[in-house]
Design a protein around this ligand. Structure first.
Ligand SMILES: [Zn+2]
Ligand SMILES: [Zn+2]
Length: 102
């Protein structure tokens, strides 16, 4: 099950589970759309992968046992462990290579 993390790892913006601005990599590293597009240029600083929009878990149960109420979002705020220079370096190295070729 996808871990719905509460914030952007870079700018710490709140990304509630119904946010259409949340972006994730395949490891669920989570960023806001602005950081993903304008700072990271579709390069996750933790793994080098690309981003997709985070799917929104339904607030209300439409099938038994599955909804945000039953599987709530994570409250564990994360922060990217790399510094600005390290982030810029991996982004510059990978941004022109499509994720499917990295
Ligand atoms: Zn951000
Ligand atoms: Zn990642």
């Amino acid at each position: 099950m996808l871990e719905l993390r509460p914030n952007c790892e870079l700018c710490d913006k709140d990304l509630p589970p119904n946010s259409s601005e949340a972006r994730i990599c395949s490891y669920e590293c989570t960023f806001c759309a602005s950081c993903a597009d304008n700072v990271l240029h579709n390069v996750c600083p933790n793994c080098g992968g690309g981003f997709s929009a985070r799917p929104i878990r339904p607030a209300n149960p439409h099938r038994e046992g599955v909804s945000l109420e039953q599987q709530p979002a994570s409250k564990n705020r994360k922060q990217c462990p790399f510094n600005t220079a390290e982030i810029e370096e991996i982004s510059a190295t990978l941004r022109d290579i499509p994720p499917e070729a990295r």
